[in-house]
Design a protein around this ligand. Sequence first.
Ligand code: FES
Length: 80
Amino acid sequence: MIVCVCKSVSDRKIRVAIADGMDSFDELQFELGGALCCGKCEESVRDVMEQSGVCASRCRVEHREHVHAAPLTFYERKAA
Ligand code: FES
């Protein structure tokens, strides 16, 4: 599923990048381009990072008790 509409970055791309060793939000931003345009996807990118096991000190997402039960927020591209 697309997480960043502006740069067409999917959750799968983020997970692959993390599996390849990227473990900070800044690295993912630089390599994939996500959250560099409008920025609306930043929280979703950080959620994918957290769910992929990147610790809060790297993705800057505070661990909350309900975070794993909360659904991700994705933005859909609207037809013109
Ligand atoms: S949706 Fe990711 S930068 Fe706009």
